[in-house]
Design a protein around this ligand. Structure first.
Ligand code: AR6
Length: 204
């Protein structure tokens, strides 16, 4: 699959220097953040994140694709987890998927709650997923765009949150081999990531 690091995306001019610089350039980070457009279930990485619901028993969107591809063993394990609260994450095996583990996170439904609470819950999805990768010694994590499909979170706002939490994690985490792959499905979402990544991971 065509996973491209942001260093490669700068080289091929897909990414451009930002107008707003939110963080300093860090050459190392350019190798450790990638963008991939396509099906997250195809990725052969240590962990992929599922945008689940509180039941953790499957659904539509990326959740449906992951359960379909992983097989019934995943549903069986998920039944033992007693669900998950909004903004939190739980880890399972990956069964028939090529990745090693699946991190199930529950994003906020955009029509519920205040804008502040939703933003905190979405940030917490990314943060608790990253925490699980550290606790389980996973070297990579692939994130879909959590909450921006069926749950209706505006893609620009959600992408700022995703990029900010990951950048802060890179600042604080000492494991220099850890990498993150942002997975987008639509062309629109890809162009939002391409526009915003340089603000959080500027070229060096
Ligand atoms: N690979 C990567 N991304 C995908 C895939 C895929 N195979 N399929 C969809 N996307 P959504 P949510 C993108 O709706 O908004 C489920 O019913 C999609 O285009 O999957 O968090 C759950 O059970 C969008 O950009 O998740 C919950 O009830 C992103 O994944 C609810 O949906 C997330 O869209 C969660 O809604």
């Amino acid at each position: 699959s065509d996973i491209r690091t942001i260093r490669e995306l700068y080289k091929s001019s897909v990414l451009k220097s930002p107008e707003t610089l939110r963080y300093k350039p860090n050459s190392d980070f350019l190798n450790r953040v990638s963008l991939f457009q396509g099906d997250i279930t195809e990725l052969q990485v240590d962990s992929i994140v599922n945008a689940a619901n509180k039941s953790l028993l499957g659904g539509g969107g990326v959740d449906g694709a992951i359960h379909h591809a992983a097989g019934r063993g995943l549903l069986k394990e998920c039944r033992t987890l007693n669900g998950c609260e909004t903004g939190f994450s739980k880890i399972t095996g990956a069964y028939n998927l090529p990745s090693k583990r699946i991190i199930h996170t529950v994003g906020p439904v955009y029509s519920n709650h205040s804008v502040d609470l939703k933003a905190k819950q979405l940030a917490s999805c990314y943060q608790t997923s990253l925490d699980l990768t550290v606790q389980n010694s996973l070297r990579h994590v692939a994130f879909p765009s959590i909450s921006t499909g069926i749950y209706g979170y505006p893609i620009e706002d959600a992408t700022h949150i995703a990029l900010d939490v990951v950048r802060k994690h890179f600042e604080s985490e000492t494991d220099s081999t850890f990498s993150v792959i942002f997975v987008v499905w639509s062309n629109k979402d890809k162009s939002v990531y391409e526009a915003l990544i340089p603000e959080y991971f500027p070229p060096s």
